[in-house]
Design a protein around this ligand. Structure first.
Ligand SMILES: C[S@@+](CC[C@H](N)C(=O)[O-])C[C@H]1O[C@@H](n2cnc3c(N)ncnc32)[C@H](O)[C@@H]1O
Length: 159
């Protein structure tokens, strides 16, 4: 498969998983880890209008249409910023989207493991995690119809 086809499949899976999760997550705020260009943040604003949307990135490079209000943007390393968020809202997040990594497993795995370990500090009971990298220790949920196995993941925090 060409890398273009692969990106199209990944983004389709991302959109479908986010759409499913917004409707099945408990009520409450959402966190987008990896604001980047802001495409997923912009999409979440559309599909989850009633939820507070927190965002993390190590540097601001979002499109002008997709810059979050400063009070909901945490700039820095993800592991550290999740700690900052825990101090602000405790275990208050209902939905997390994780979109870090460059598609090179040897480099992406350690980061996902480190983030997965601290996420417990901010996840409400029953919160959903939509992620491009599977986290250890969180049960996996079935994917929405049409999403190929292994392309994206939906996991759940313990009740
Ligand atoms: C794939 S992009 C995110 C794309 C974004 N979700 C979108 O739809 O536009 C990943 C982003 O994560 C950020 N990032 C990568 N590693 C990070 C880390 N350890 N801590 C914080 N941000 C990180 C990068 O700066 C980059 O902007």
């Amino acid at each position: 498969m060409s890398r273009l086809d692969s990106v199209i499949r990944r983004l389709t899976a991302q959109r479908d998983c986010l759409g499913w999760a917004v409707h099945h997550a408990p009520a409450g705020p959402c966190l987008d880890i990896g604001l980047g260009n802001g495409r997923t943040y912009h999409h979440l604003r559309e599909i989850a209008p009633g939820r507070d949307l927190w965002t993390i990135d190590r540097a601001m490079k979002a499109h002008p249409s997709s810059i979050p209000p400063p009070e909901f943007y945490l700039e820095g390393e993800a592991v550290e910023m999740i700690g900052v968020l825990a101090e602000r809202i405790g275990r208050g997040l209902a939905l997390v989207h994780y979109d870090l990594g460059i598609g090179v497993p040897e480099q992406d795995r350690p980061l996902a493991d480190a983030v997965g370990a601290v996420l417990t500090q901010v996840l409400a009971p029953g919160a959903l995690i939509v992620t491009n990298a599977k986290f250890a220790d969180y049960p996996e949920l079935p994917l929405p119809e049409g999403v190929p196995e292994g392309r994206y993941f939906i996991q759940c925090a313990e009740d």
